[in-house]
Design a binder for this molecule. Structure first.
Ligand code: MN
Length: 567
């Protein structure tokens, strides 16, 4: 089909598009077409087709007029004689900024090993300055991936690696769940050709049975929903993406038979209340598998994803996953930007400012900015990016109910440092879901974490062995360096007690009323019955008080035994 400006204009989904936006897009269309005249892609298609597809994608994602126009012009600086000066004069500073940002990012050639530190850092800087640069780049990459097979093999590999390791995670973090998945799926066959072939075969063998089964479940649930008079917009099923199936199989060393969400049923309803009603109905029909009920409505994923998930023992005793969400959530999960972003005119000025409708959803951007100030070494910054930013994430909850975004494997100490450096520095103990835990225990998504701090407490060198975030590591090192603490002689109290609410508080208050600072306070989970062992470490300076302290500790209700030793 011949590209036309009218096709782009009719694909715009952003509700706040104005007539001048339309005019801008039409002008950009004409100029880009003229500038790329005669150029061809490796696929043999006219070059203009590529920028046209990029703009169409941006229009469908709900981007503003400026960004769609920038999509049309995104390759003019790199691939035509058009200069930045001419671009600025004809289309204004904003578009020139976006296009030159995309051009700069395009020059970074990520190969997955050597850190192209400075350049990648610039990309992140551009990202936090005007994130629309990244949207244009993502739309550009979508089309490039679709035509990747026309490129020479070594280029295919490099671009696929970059897509899987940089752009797909970025898209995910921006709330473009579907885009992220599509990018990963498109990169997968280039990166793992053999696994791709065998997984495809495996899926083809399993899926036909899956579909008849899913249809039976669909019938049953439709009938029940009608009986309960819950109105449903749509019930469909989604097949797990091949790239995400691969990751899951690898992560858990599983057989395909053990994967319960190969096909999931997706129920789309009108109102949020209906989501919970449907979940209740599902659970009344089939027993849920413990630990697999996920309420991403009350607690959205860090990228804004909202839905209810549950896996139940369904027909034929088969574990089956259900996803329940409203139509609005469904749209946001797929192409969340328009919904997450609001564009408004800054008062009194011409400058168009981009703000988040819900800023804390993307608070990681601010985190990045903060890290840039704290970490000066570019190499270290890049490795912190790889560890903290691109890897799998978990989210845990503060006592105030705020979600904190951490890398998988993070511990309470990482959490403490993510909240505030001060809290990390003075972290004494931690409670997870109301129970005291060891500071090195790995946190799980959804954990409610509370940090117990104490004034004169300092970071412990041993923390360096288990903290996961670079931020925590860097901070602990710098505090240790600044104090050059000599190994301290300590006194450890080992308290055995029946676990109960308030036990830990009673123990720590014995020390605080004596004005004794605890170096650490850790409890091991009940080994037999509900007996817990709590270790309280204090400085050896108080050794003359050891017996008196042991006696006081012994007098705490439910405490059965108190021992102490000098270290
Ligand atoms: Mn391009």
């Amino acid at each position: 089909m011949e590209p036309t400006a009218a096709t782009i204009l009719s694909s715009l989904t952003n509700p706040s598009i104005t007539d001048s936006d339309r005019d801008l897009i039409s002008r950009a269309f004409d100029r880009a077409k003229e500038l790329h005249q005669g150029q061809k892609r490796k696929s043999g298609q006219p070059y203009f087709f590529h920028v046209y597809e990029t703009a169409l994608t941006l229009a469908r994602w709900g981007m503003d007029g400026t960004t769609v126009a920038a999509g049309l012009l995104h390759d003019t600086l790199e691939d035509t004689k058009y200069s930045e000066k001419e671009l600025t004069k004809e289309f204004g500073k904003e578009i020139a900024f976006l296009v030159s940002g995309v051009t700069k990012i395009g020059r970074i050639k990520y190969r997955g090993n050597q850190a192209q530190a400075e350049t990648l850092k610039k990309m992140v800087l551009a990202l936090s300055e005007d994130i629309r640069v990244v949207f244009v780049k993502l739309a550009d990459r979508m089309h490039n991936m679709r035509t990747l097979s026309y490129l020479p093999l070594d280029k295919q590999r490099r671009i696929a690696t970059e897509t899987a390791e940089i752009y797909a995670p970025l898209a995910y973090r921006l709330g473009l769940g579907t885009v992220s998945g599509e990018l990963e799926d498109m990169a997968f066959p280039f990166l793992h050709p053999e696994e791709h072939r065998s997984l495809k075969k495996l899926l083809q063998a399993v899926l036909p049975h899956g579909e008849t089964y899913i249809n039976r479940v669909k019938e049953k649930i439709t009938e029940e929903l009608a009986q309960q008079k819950i109105s449903v917009i749509q019930i469909d099923s989604r097949v797990k993406r091949i790239s995400s199936l691969y990751k899951k199989l690898k992560r858990h060393e599983m057989e395909i038979q053990k994967i319960h969400d190969l096909i999931a049923l997706r129920i789309i309803v009108e109102k949020v209340e209906d989501c919970y009603a449907v979940l209740g109905l599902i659970h009344s029909l089939w027993p849920p598998l413990p630990g697999l009920i996920k309420d991403y409505i009350a607690l959205p994923k860090p990228n804004g994803y909202r839905s209810l998930h549950t896996t139940v023992i369904c027909l034929d005793n088969k574990p089956t996953e259900f996803q329940v969400r409203t139509a609005v959530m469904h749209h946001e999960n797929e192409y969340g930007i328009a919904a997450h972003w609001a564009y408004h005119e800054a008062k009194g000025g011409e400058k168009k400012e981009t703000i988040f409708a819900d800023a804390h959803r993307l608070s990681w951007i601010n985190q990045l900015k903060q890290w840039q100030h704290e970490i000066n070494d570019p190499d270290e910054f890049i490795s912190s990016l790889k560890i903290d930013f691109f890897k799998d994430r978990i989210f845990v909850i503060t006592p105030k109910g705020e979600a904190v975004d951490l890398p998988a494997g993070a511990t309470a100490v990482d959490f403490a440092y993510a909240i505030h450096s001060d809290i990390g520095d003075h972290c004494l103990g931690a409670k997870v879901n109301g129970r005291m835990v060891q500071l090195d225990q790995e946190l799980q998504s959804g954990d409610a974490v509370e940090i117990i701090t104490q004034k004169n407490k300092r970071p412990n060198e041993a923390w360096l062995n288990f903290v996961k975030t670079r931020h925590a590591k860097a901070r602990i090192r710098s505090v240790l360096r600044s104090h050059e603490v000599l190994p301290q002689k300590t006194l450890t109290f080992v308290i055995t007690a029946l676990d109960r609410v308030g036990l830990v508080k009673d123990i720590s208050s014995i020390f605080s009323t004596q004005k004794i600072n605890l170096i650490s306070l850790e409890s091991s989970p009940p080994a037999h019955g509900s007996l817990v062992t709590i270790k309280a470490v204090v400085s050896n300076e108080v050794q003359n008080k050891a017996d008196a302290l042991a006696l006081r500790l012994r007098s705490i209700p439910t405490v059965q035994r108190v021992n102490y030793r000098h270290n």
